[in-house]
Design a protein around this ligand. Structure first.
Ligand code: UTP
Length: 291
């Protein structure tokens, strides 16, 4: 039987240059979709999938993420004294339990692969989930939950994928698809940003992974890839020669909230999904002549 996945890693040390100046003093992962920061959606998704240890790889300007996952006594006292028990209860629900969150620093943004490697001591010798918080999913059940089902069946490494238009493959990491159904097929190759004519499929790697700890020793080599950064995909391309990788074409859709268009689209779609907001939001858009 495969070792249970208890720990999730959230890399939140990127510079977020595509979102400047919003990200000059504030991490991209605190940008809000409707009224929740991106990092909160990722933590909720991990919790739904049974994760018990939340590891954040932070960088400069990221103290606010630690504060977000801490109790705010002054705020709680004020809410309680004003009888706002619902808001108070919701705030409590968002928090990991005491001792479930760990923080480490990536001192320099040397790439996603390096950020993951920075989590090695906190993760230890066990499989772990990796969630890129700027990739936000509209999926029920959550994407990591869907991946856990595949993991329980196959073990090994799992990558979530989604179809993109063939012309867009050169913007993403793309996998080669072998045998098996959408819920768990064997991955034959991974290619970073291929030309459309070289792409093995149109299935993009969309920011959720379950990885075996052997990835850490490959990342330790510190090989610089595209953009001079230590790339996770490069290490996975070596690991796939030694271990099985399974793809999960999940039921749902991703919004790349690290890009302005993806972020704006997510705000509209998530607002329309909210029973308390959809109607007044639609009415406001109509009034403005947008709809
Ligand atoms: P991105 O590729 O979106 O990079 O990172 P970025 O630097 O955050 O943003 P841009 O491209 O400059 O706008 C994907 C995820 O990996 C993390 C980011 O915080 C994000 O969650 N990351 C990236 C790190 O933690 N460290 C890094 O060195 C790079």
């Amino acid at each position: 039987m495969s070792k249970r996945v208890r720990t999730a890693v959230f890399p939140v040390a990127g510079l977020g240059t595509r979102f400047l100046p919003a990200t000059k003093a504030m991490p991209k992962e605190m940008l809000t979709v409707v009224d929740r920061p991106l990092i909160q959606y990722a933590v909720d998704e991990a919790r739904e999938a049974g994760i018990e240890h939340f590891v954040f790889v932070t960088g400069r300007n990221k103290a606010v993420i630690e504060d977000h996952f801490d109790k705010q006594f002054e705020l709680e006292h004020t809410l309680a004294s004003r009888g706002k028990s619902r808001a108070l209860e919701e705030l409590g629900r968002d928090l990991p339990q005491a001792g479930q969150a760990s923080f480490t620093r990536q001192q320099e943004p040397l790439g996603l692969g390096h950020a993951v490697w920075c989590a090695r001591e906190l993760v230890g010798d066990q499989p772990f989930a990796l969630l890129l918080p700027d990739m936000l999913f509209r999926a029920h059940p959550g994407v990591l939950r869907q991946m856990m089902d595949a993991y329980e069946a196959t073990g090994g490494n799992i990558i979530a994928v989604e179809e993109v238009a063939p012309a867009e493959v050169s913007s993403y990491g793309i996998v080669g698809r072998g045998a098996g159904p959408d819920e768990g097929f064997s991955i034959t190759a991974m290619v970073e940003k291929p030309k459309p004519e070289d792409a093995p499929s149109n299935l993009m790697i969309s920011g959720r992974y379950i990885l075996q700890p052997e990835i850490f020793s490959l990342l330790a080599e510190g090989v610089r890839g595209a953009g001079g950064e230590i790339q996770l995909t490069d290490a996975m391309q070596v690991l796939i020669r030694q271990q099985a990788f399974t793809g999960v074409k999940y039921d749902g859709r991703v919004f790349d909230c690290g890009s302005k268009i993806g972020f704006l689209a997510a705000n509209v779609v998530f607002a329309m999904d909210r029973p308390d907001i959809a109607e007044p939001f639609r009415a406001e858009l109509k009034k403005l002549g947008v709809l």
